[in-house]
Design a protein around this ligand. Sequence first.
Ligand SMILES: [Zn+2]
Length: 319
Amino acid sequence: MPAIRYAGGALDRAAKLREDDDWLSAAFVSDAALAVLIHNDRNLVTGLVGREDTPRAATVPMAVVRERITNGASWVFLGLDGEAPVFGVELTGGGEDIPEIRDAGEFVDLRRVGALVPADEAATLAYARAMLAWQRRHRYCSVCGSPTESQRAGHVRRCTSPACHAESFPRTDPVVIMLVTRPADDSGPARCLLGRHSRLPRGAYSLLAGFVEPGESLEDAVAREVWEETGIRARDIRYQASQPWPFRYSMMVGFRAVAESDDVVLDGEELEDARWFTAAVVAEFGDWEDDAAGFRRPRKDSIARVLLDHWVEEEMGKA
Ligand SMILES: [Zn+2]
């Protein structure tokens, strides 16, 4: 299985240091400390798409944004890059007034550059984006509604009401995503089931997917989603790989499953279309960005793409 984007980051998360206030205070003012910046869910990157050079994750010295933090900007300790402490920092303004930030790059949606930046940098950008998105959306206690405050270097938010003090932890919402196939038989070669949401670009097809519900195993969720979306019973549900998906903070859990029948019955809600494709046909699909293509594969940075390409290669190898 090829590498999964946004996973396998190189930072040492050094979780014990999150509770070491003395160490954190020193790290904060250390000359070596680096800040990974977020603004409006966007990451700071150098070298834009469309230019010759590869975009890279941009960091700035912590000193550049320290004043913003003392004024209340959200921050989180992400981990150590070698000896250097690395912090994620959310800027409420875009930092245009700070020359070091202007010179470092610009704030870009990670969807635009996630497949282009080096893999370990993509993982750090995704980690920072997900953590600060969680921070921003959990400023009030879900138990009593009082404001929460950041604790343990940004990895816990605690209710400020003395009568409550409920703690909330960073979220990763599980989503199952599955490559459903039919083996080769009298009607033809092996084929896979792909669907399309109306919100996808024209001609783009992807794997079926859906959120896991309380009271379900991952396998239960795979079977239910396939049944609900296409009216097909799935069996032999097997785990393949997972991906931290930072839009906003999902955990994509990838499976393969075998369909018990061919007939697709759309639910008329989630999917606009779902149909069977052979590996030879999928191999001719265009890329996600290819506006001229009749059919398009999933985004390059997605686990959907990895699972689909892997199956296509396997099947083409048999031919
Ligand atoms: Zn509370």
